[in-house]
Design a protein around this ligand. Structure first.
Ligand code: C5P
Length: 209
């Protein structure tokens, strides 16, 4: 079973994807990390985030080992990811790696922005996980405060709005995606809902086309 989990930043898609991967014993790829790795390397090489040629050449030399870098989830890497993700040559260079991941014989859980449309349009389950921007900002705020970071909720809200605007061209909901608005839900409730959707869409229960 291939499960595509798309949606905006801080919608809860990452946590749901991780739990789905454990529940169904399927490998999980967080594709945001690929863009973060490319953006971070651009910074490490001392390049500007607008250096399109350098970003494409870094993306073309991407190796999975880069995903183990400890700072990939930092705010700085997130901003760099957003900058390189709008470059078509970068998206193209990272595409094959993502497609190869979906070819695992038992399937995969893969989360991002364009998985159900560009990377795995054949996925058995396509989830579009979303939430009200204020709720997303509040969740992210509490997460960062719990990690001891000194942040303001208003700054996080404006960061998210900027990321949404920047990501919009590549954040594409598939026509056959199930929308899961996690605004009124706890993680437990959202997980129960996505498992219910997956159970109904399991390959052996899918009607032949
Ligand atoms: O999901 P995450 O916040 O880690 O993603 C970081 C950035 O990478 C996003 O803001 C987006 O610009 C980009 N991204 C993307 N397509 C994906 C995954 C992430 O454009 N499939």
């Amino acid at each position: 079973m291939i499960i595509a989990v798309d949606g905006p930043a801080a919608s809860g898609k990452g946590s749901l994807a991780k739990r789905l991967s454990a529940h169904y014993h399927l490998p999980h790829l967080d594709t945001g990390l690929l863009y973060r790795a490319v953006g971070q390397r651009l910074l490490l090489e001392g390049r500007s985030l607008t250096d399109t040629e350098a970003a494409i050449s870094i993306a073309q030399s991407f190796v999975p080992e880069w995903l183990n870098h400890p700072n990939l989830r930092s705010r700085e890497a997130g901003k760099a990811a957003t900058a390189v993700a709008i470059i078509p040559g970068v998206r193209k260079a990272l595409k094959d790696f993502q497609i190869a991941f979906t070819r695992n014989p038992n399937g995969a859980v893969i989360d991002g922005r364009d998985i159900g449309t560009v990377i795995a349009p054949h996925a058995h389950v396509k989830l579009w996980v979303t939430a009200d921007p204020h709720i997303r900002a509040n969740r992210r705020y509490r997460e960062l405060v719990a990690k001891g970071q000194d942040v303001s909720e208003a700054d996080i809200l404006s960061d998210l709005a900027a990321r949404d605007a920047n990501d919009a061209p590549n954040m594409i909901m598939a026509d056959d995606a199930f929308i899961v608005d996690t605004s009124p839900m706890s993680l437990e409730q959202a997980f129960a809902r996505v498992v219910e959707i997956c159970e109904n869409r399991k390959p052996n229960q899918t009607q032949p086309h």
